[in-house]
Design a protein around this ligand. Structure first.
Ligand code: PLP
Length: 376
């Protein structure tokens, strides 16, 4: 970890007020569900403890992470909210869940057996595999596994849940098939159904995909990317256009030069100008988590203009074409800010598209060299 006493080169400004406004909009949009703030992977790269505190201040009672280690780290930072671990626990994780007062996922009959054999007091959420085929108990087996856990002293089955494969579109029809398999398990459990259900991620809630099928049940909603104002699929744009990006990724110009025809920029000499061009070198590269694929058409904001990345992205630096050497490019000075994504630069969705990925991968991929700076 770099010293944070030295002025940062690449900084991720994290706007806590934008986060809070997003939460309020999402709650208004789907008022029947109780929000769970998904803060796995360091809150999609935004800083889990900072985000968790802001969510708790906003009255969010539930947070979710992927691993027991992530949950324990939050507890040690003083986060007292309910903490649901979404991933599959291994047997040697169970005692940690008990000690740190976590809610665990039972992701298979074998995990249910391990929970029962542990003799530990545990709160669990039984996960049904309705078609994602990543984790979960088969629908046919789920009722007996749930009833077995309910009979186990010390174990409390808090919820039944599942996860959709296609809620972020563009074709959501399989969601309805998954819902049908899920409600069949609820029907089979009858009065033994756990008091709470959760099926929706952010996109499912935004699209109101489960409102009819789960009406009358206590629903949690697992909000992830939408909290941070990120859209996982372009077809969600209409519904999420009111959400605000929480992260703005900013770097500094560290060098400015003129590159003339016949010369080239960066490793492999993949880019050469046709006329003399003003080229700025920016701090930041794949060592900071910026994808090398940014060289395939991504842009950066400098002084209110969008300028293209040119040449290969290096480990620690990348170059941008500011324009003809005598043009407005000359206004850019060493030390100026350059916006990699967020206000004053391209939306992260645009950069992700240029890189052939989705925005979560970009924000999650930022390394510890990027300084997270709370603003607001
Ligand atoms: C990450 C995750 C979510 C949040 O998904 P978004 O698409 O970011 O809203 C919800 N549920 C599970 C099981 C997850 O792993």
């Amino acid at each position: 970890m770099p010293s944070d006493a030295v002025p940062a080169l690449v900084r991720a400004e994290i706007d806590g007020r934008a986060l809070v406004r997003n939460v309020r909009r999402l709650r208004q949009h789907d008022p029947d569900g109780q929000p769970v703030g998904v803060v796995k992977a360091d809150a999609y790269g935004h800083g889990a403890t900072f985000i968790a505190r802001r969510l708790m201040d906003e009255g969010i009672e539930w947070l979710a992470v992927s691993t027991v280690a992530e949950a324990v780290a939050l507890r040690e930072d003083g986060i007292t909210a309910r903490l649901l671990v979404l991933g599959a626990p291994l047997t040697d994780h169970l005692s940690w869940a008990a000690r740190y007062d976590l809610d665990l996922t039972v992701s298979s009959p074998a995990v249910a057996d391990a929970v029962a054999a542990s003799g530990l007091p545990l709160r669990v959420h039984a996960k049904v595999d309705t078609g994602m085929h990543r984790l979960g108990i088969a629908p046919e087996a789920a009722p007996s596994v749930v009833r077995g856990l309910q009979r186990t002293p010390g174990v409390s089955v808090e919820a039944l849940w599942t996860h959709f494969a296609t809620a972020d579109g563009p074709d959501v029809s399989f969601v309805y098939e998954q819902l049908r398999r899920f409600t069949a398990v609820l029907d089979a459990l009858g009065a033994d159904a756990p008091p709470v259900v959760h099926t929706d991620n952010g996109p499912a809630s935004i699209r109101h995909l489960t409102r009819e099928a789960l009406r009358g049940r206590r629903r949690l909603i697992r909000f992830g990317g939408v909290l941070y104002g990120m859209s996982s699929d372009p077809s969600l744009d209409d519904a999420t256009s009111a959400l605000e990006p929480v992260m703005r990724l900013v770097t500094r110009v560290v060098h400015v030069q003129t590159v003339v025809p016949g010369e080239s920029v960066s490793y492999g000499r993949t880019w050469s100008p046709e006329t003399p061009r003003c080229v700025a070198t920016l701090a930041g590269g794949y060592g900071d988590g910026l994808p090398r694929a940014m060289q395939r058409g991504a842009t950066v904001g400098i002084g209110g203009r969008r300028v293209p990345v040119v040449g290969r992205v290096c480990m620690d630096m990348l170059m941008v074409d500011l324009g003809v050497a005598e043009g407005p490019a000359g206004d850019v000075r060493v030390g100026d800010d350059a916006v990699l994504w967020g206000r004053g630069g391209p939306p992260v969705e645009t950069t992700a598209l240029a890189c052939g990925t989705m925005p979560y991968e970009l924000t999650c991929g930022l390394t510890s060299r990027v300084v997270r700076v709370p603003v607001g």
